[in-house]
Design a protein around this ligand. Structure first.
Ligand code: 3NM
Length: 222
C-alpha cells in the first residue's frame, strides 16, 4: 500500500487530466486553466513522445503548471521523471512498467507523495501494490489515439478483473474514455477517469471537464 489515505486518493482520482505540450492545440496552460475551472480533481504532466520538451524548457513549463494547480488545490503529478518531481516538489509521480521501478520511486519520493503505477496484468497490479503504489492506472480501456505504444483495448472488464482479484486500492481507468462511456467504467469499479484527448481535444476543455465531473454526481462511487 502507498503512504496516503486511500479515501483521499480516491477522491482526487475522479476527473484526472493527463497532458503534455504536444497534446493540445491551444497552449497547455490555457487548457489546464479551463479544465481546472471545469472541475478536474488531479493533473498529470506527461511530457513524452516526439517533439517533447526537455531540460529547462520542460522544467519551466512544469513549474508554471504546478503553480496553476497549487492556486486551485489540484494535486500535480509528474509522469516518469522522478528527478523533476522531486526538484519542483510535485505532489506525486506516475510510472509505467517500462519506467523506473515503482519500489525505487517510492523509496526516493518518501511516504507523502502520491505514487501511481500503470498496470496491464493482475500480476503487475499485485507488484505495484507491494511496491507502495497509492493508485493503479488501468488501461487502455478503449482504443486510444494518444499513446503510440498502447496495448490492445481491454474494455471495462479489466477493472472488474482487478476488483475480482481482491485488489481494492484506488484505480484510475485510462484509454479512450470520455463523458459518453465513462459511466460504465465507473460502474465496473473504477474510482477515477484519466483522460487526455477527451479534454485536450475538446472544443471546450471547460465543458468536457464539467461533463466528466457530472458522471460522479449520479453514479454510485465507492
Ligand atoms: N496510458 P486518451 S492509454 C497515457 O493504457 C496512456 O496505460 C495508457 O489518452 C495505458 O484519453 C493512454 O486520449 C492514453 O485515450 C490515454
Amino acid at each position: 500500500m502507498g503512504g496516503l489515505d486511500p479515501a483521499f486518493v480516491r477522491e482526487k482520482l475522479k476527473v484526472y487530466l493527463i497532458a503534455g505540450s504536444k497534446d493540445t492545440s491551444s497552449p497547455l496552460p490555457v487548457v489546464l486553466n479551463e479544465a481546472i475551472a471545469g472541475g478536474i480533481t488531479l493533473f498529470q504532466f506527461r511530457e513524452k513522445g516526439p517533439g517533447a520538451m526537455e531540460g529547462q524548457m520542460k522544467e519551466a513549463l512544469a513549474m508554471q503548471l504546478l503553480k496553476q494547480c497549487r492556486n486551485s488545490g489540484v494535486p500535480f503529478i509528474v509522469n516518469d521523471d522522478v528527478d523533476l518531481a522531486l526538484q519542483i516538489d510535485a505532489d506525486g509521480i506516475h510510472v509505467g512498467q517500462d519506467d523506473e521501478d515503482a519500489a525505487e520511486v517510492r523509496k526516493k519520493a518518501g511516504k507523502n507523495k502520491i505514487l501511481g503505477v500503470s498496470v496491464h496484468t493482475v500480476e503487475e497490479a499485485y507488484t505495484a501494490v507491494e511496491a507502495g503504489a497509492d493508485y493503479l492506472g488501468a488501461g487502455p480501456i478503449y482504443k486510444t489515439g494518444s499513446k503510440d505504444d498502447a496495448k490492445k483495448e481491454s474494455g471495462p472488464e479489466w477493472i472488474t478483473e482487478i476488483r475480482r482479484n481482491g485488489i481494492d486500492i484506488p484505480v484510475a481507468a485510462i484509454g479512450g474514455i470520455n463523458a459518453g462511456n465513462g459511466k460504465e467504467v465507473i460502474e465496473a469499479g473504477a474510482d477515477g477517469l484519466s483522460v487526455i484527448s477527451a479534454i485536450t481535444m475538446a472544443p471546450s476543455p471547460y465543458q468536457a471537464a464539467v461533463e466528466l465531473t457530472s458522471l460522479f454526481k449520479d453514479s454510485k462511487s465507492r
